[in-house]
Design a protein around this ligand. Structure first.
Ligand SMILES: [Fe+2]
Length: 368
């Protein structure tokens, strides 16, 4: 059993949490893990102070200036206007960009005519302190899904309608969509032949319309970014965060960026992420590998990307753990078949969960 937090510790946490980095908090609470500190802070409703993530002092560094511009621009921006807006020299802008990339920002450079354009491939702010914190709370039953691929002609509207019927019947409190909600562009040129909605704006509109069809009993629609949304490239929308754009239009939607970490039923750590990489590799052992290697290991790890469902319980692991991939709402196309791969159109409804008992139902709609 985890040790209860005494009043003195709670007081300390309230005092330190808003402005103290995790590395220091672990020194203040030597008997606690980062996970338990976060969990308690979440339960107490503590938040990081706004000054905490802002720059120290009033003067922005070159990196911060460049980043602020890249984050707010949906479209790639020319070097010339970066120079103009930051009042830095081109050399200093380039150096700032280099050091941002070293910090983990994914900045794409496009050579266009005589100028160069720059765009953030993902607009999510890379913030090591807040990257893996509890971002919300959900309740059972939870509908687990992913890989809808709206905008691809192989998406099955029929399967989605089947899902709506299940929602009416089982009243899940949360629908968790683990990436590849949209088809996007640019993951592989071969996939372009299957695109039915030829602009990312149309795909975003379609995504919003689909989410609005989800019955009202669902309180939270959780969304993470998939590889199809993270690689929206081309001259139109480099750096455009399509899932964020969808979530903005749907009041119940909660967008997590790459990793969604929420409290399930007040006690359990539910983590959702899409993953990337070739399917053969991804399906053989990657899911378990990811889970076993996480520092903060969740009770439920919801993965997607492989377009096939599996539920891998690990009751022998201390605290219990399940790794679940939820299938897809898209039929296989030539791209998958060429790789010897088929899809399984499926989703799960997890009715309740404890370390010793998981109650789950899988649904395999009939499609064309
Ligand atoms: Fe996918």
């Amino acid at each position: 059993m985890p040790k209860r937090w005494n009043d003195e510790e709670v007081k300390k946490l309230e005092e330190y949490y808003p402005t103290t980095p995790l590395s220091q908090l672990l020194k203040v609470f030597p008997d606690r893990t980062g996970d338990s500190i976060d969990k308690k802070a979440y339960k107490l409703g503590l938040k990081k102070a706004t000054s905490y993530s802002a720059s120290k002092g009033d003067v922005l560094t070159d990196e911060e200036q460049v980043l602020q511009i890249l984050i707010t621009e949906d479209l790639p921006i020319e070097m010339e206007s970066l120079v103009e807006r930051t009042e830095l020299t081109p050399r200093k802008v380039r150096l700032a960009m280099k050091s941002l990339m070293e910090d983990g920002y994914d900045i794409t450079e496009i050579v266009g005519g005589s100028d160069r354009l720059y765009g953030l491939v993902r607009t999510g702010v890379y913030d090591p302190e807040n990257f893996y914190r509890f971002q919300g709370e959900i309740e059972s039953p939870v509908l687990m899904t992913g890989d809808w691929h709206l905008g691809n002609r192989l998406h099955s509207r029929q399967a989605f309608e089947h899902m709506l019927e299940s929602i009416e019947e089982y009243s899940p409190a949360a629908v968790m969509i683990d990436g590849d909600l949209l088809q996007g562009f640019g993951v592989h040129p071969r996939e372009l032949i299957d695109i039915s909605l030829k602009s990312i704006d149309e795909q975003v509109i379609e995504g919003v319309e689909y989410l609005k069809e989800i019955p009202d009993c669902v309180k939270t629609i959780g969304i993470t970014m998939g590889n199809h949304e993270s690689k929206i490239k081309g001259k139109w929308k480099v750096g455009f965060d399509a899932c964020r754009a969808v979530a903005k239009e749907v009041p119940r939607a909660k967008y997590f960026g790459f990793v969604g970490k929420v409290l399930l039923d007040g006690d359990w750590d539910y983590t959702m992420m899409h993953t990337e990489g070739g399917v053969g590799y991804a399906v053989t052992y990657k899911g378990q590998r990811i889970r076993d290697n996480l520092i903060q290991r969740p009770h439920i790890l919801h993965l997607a990307h492989i377009h096939q469902p599996y539920n891998h319980p690990r009751p022998h692991v201390s605290g219990g753990a399940n790794t679940i991939t939820a299938g897809t709402l898209k039929r296989e196309g030539g791209w998958e078949l060429q790789k010897g791969w088929t899809s399984l159109i499926q989703y799960y409804i997890m009715k309740s969960w404890s370390p010793t008992k998981v109650s789950m139902e899988s649904f395999t709609p009939r499609v064309f």
